[in-house]
Design a protein around this ligand. Structure first.
Ligand code: G
Ligand code: G
Ligand code: MN
Ligand code: NA
Length: 254
């Protein structure tokens, strides 16, 4: 309850900030995008992990306002890089189920993309099965509208839920993000490697690109490349970092 009280004030008090975790193209090993990840440094409670506060933000509905801040901040920040030196960069943003019940979601996304001078292809929206399971009638329409703008839709945490395959059949996903629990042991567990390999082939068969999450070693990186995985993110390449640090790295690589 105290957490809930404090979260109400977090935006006004500037306690929320974004970190960016680079996404690397496995063939070139260059950074091609980043995932925006929210951090909360509460003056009263200290650093609170998103695993703790995102669920609270979801059930109180605060995620609508917080999610709008995330979209605004991430798109404003990355638009400066995109327009000046890395036009193909894509910024990935996590969307909660609750945000799809906000009637302004699509309009807000479109107006941020337009006002910061971005193309739809610069934006990738990560959703989990939770969004699709919510069975809100407008989700399908919302996803269709976003896709029409050239915005990419990723299935996040792939493999961890209950009926990912049926959702892959029903929605126009562009990217599959293989959950890090499947990547962890691919160098030592033949079954896990085979599951990842099959997921990659299936995604490619459906016209999706694949991002492996939680890549921590060179061995995993080499295996994923051999299995034709497209992109990767994880501590091996970089932990989530502040915008100015990422900007410096991007400038050096171009
Ligand atoms: O960065 P970290 O591994 O601690 O993130 C934990 C979880 O919090 C992840 O599942 C991630 O999807 C979620 N998360 C991080 N930032 C956001 C955000 O801006 N919006 C939503 N809805 N979830 C987020
Ligand atoms: O659910 P989602 O995929 O959005 O969450 C991403 C989370 O994974 C972030 O909290 C991030 O800090 C964490 N993460 C990113 N890279 C790694 C990694 O290489 N290893 C581990 N253990 N966690 C990671
Ligand atoms: Mn994610
Ligand atoms: Na994930």
């Amino acid at each position: 309850l105290q957490l809930e009280e404090q979260l109400h004030n977090a935006l006004d008090r500037n306690e929320l900030r974004l970190l960016y975790q680079p996404v690397v193209d496995l063939k070139t090993r260059k950074i091609v995008g980043a995932e925006a990840l929210l951090r909360w440094d509460s003056k009263e409670l200290g650093a609170i992990s998103p695993e703790e506060f995102i669920p609270v933000a979801e059930h109180t509905g605060l995620i609508v306002e917080i999610g709008k801040f995330v979209l605004d901040d991430a798109l404003r920040t990355t638009s400066r890089w995109i327009k000046t030196f890395i036009p193909d960069f894509h910024i990935a943003i996590n969307l909660s189920p609750r945000q799809f019940r906000d009637p302004h979601l699509i309009d807000n996304i479109e107006s941020f993309v337009n006002s910061y001078g971005l193309e739809g292809r610069n934006l990738e929206l990560e959703i989990t099965e939770g969004v699709l399971m919510s069975q809100h009638a407008d989700v399908e329409e919302a996803i269709a509208k976003l896709t029409q703008k050239g915005i990419s839709i990723s299935m996040d945490d792939f493999g961890t839920g209950y009926s990912s395959l049926s959702y892959l059949r029903s929605y126009p996903f562009n990217i599959l993000k293989v959950d890090r629990s499947f990547i962890n042991d691919i160098s030592v567990d033949a079954a896990d490697l085979e599951l990842v390999n099959a997921s990659i082939d299936m995604a490619h068969g459906l016209g999706l690109k694949v991002i492996a999450e939680g890549v921590e070693t060179e061995e995993q990186t080499a295996l994923l490349l051999r299995k034709n995985c497209d992109m990767a993110q994880g501590y091996y390449f970089s932990k989530p970092i502040p915008a100015d640090e990422l900007e410096e790295i991007l400038k050096k690589q171009t």
